[in-house]
Design a protein around this ligand. Sequence first.
Ligand code: BG6
Ligand code: MG
Length: 217
Amino acid sequence: MSIKAFLFDLDGVIVDTAIYHYQAWRRLANELGFDISGEFNEGLKGVSRMESLDLILAHGGLTLPDEKKIELAEQKNGWYLELVSRMTSDDILPGVATFFSQVRKAGLQTALGSVSKNAPLILERIGMTNAFDAIIDGTKISKGKPDPEVFLKGAAELEVSPAECVVFEDAVAGVEAGKRGGMFVVGLGLPEMLTKADLVVPSLDNLTVDEVLEKAN
Ligand code: BG6
Ligand code: MG
């Protein structure tokens, strides 16, 4: 079976919104009277908004009623939207544009696989909505990463099998989602962190489509 499609995570792969999620969650934690470290934040990457809030509240030793949790999640999202509303195509990560033109030349299909409900807005801000043949975001799934649902839906929409897909991910939960979905996974980040990935490189700037196809096929 040969590779037919590349499935991309958004936050931390296409754009560095991971830092904005962290800033907004950290502001919320600080207002609640505690702090979250960069290391703790690694475990939030790829995790849905409400699940992230649950992890943060547990970290701060807080138990809150559901109505309060919804209010806090909305507050965080408001701060996050303030940060991302200033984004432009200048915020696309290094190497992404070149990599996508290679993807097109190679005749591969593309899908976005993000658990973020804000993904369509961000794609619009950075002018990349049309770069994807399918867009699966947080509004189309019921389970966040590490569940493979987001990537399996992407493959299904492109009408390819999981074994014909390569996933690009910066998050531990996202790498696990791709592997559980039966896909070849390229981790973008540190090998000591993304231990389950089939291949790890620092970013898309350090990779060519040919290299990926050679390893995945
Ligand atoms: C993921 C991020 O892409 O989306 C997580 O890595 C975030 O940090 C999740 O919590 C949900 O995002 P949103 O935009 O729906 O709150
Ligand atoms: Mg990510």
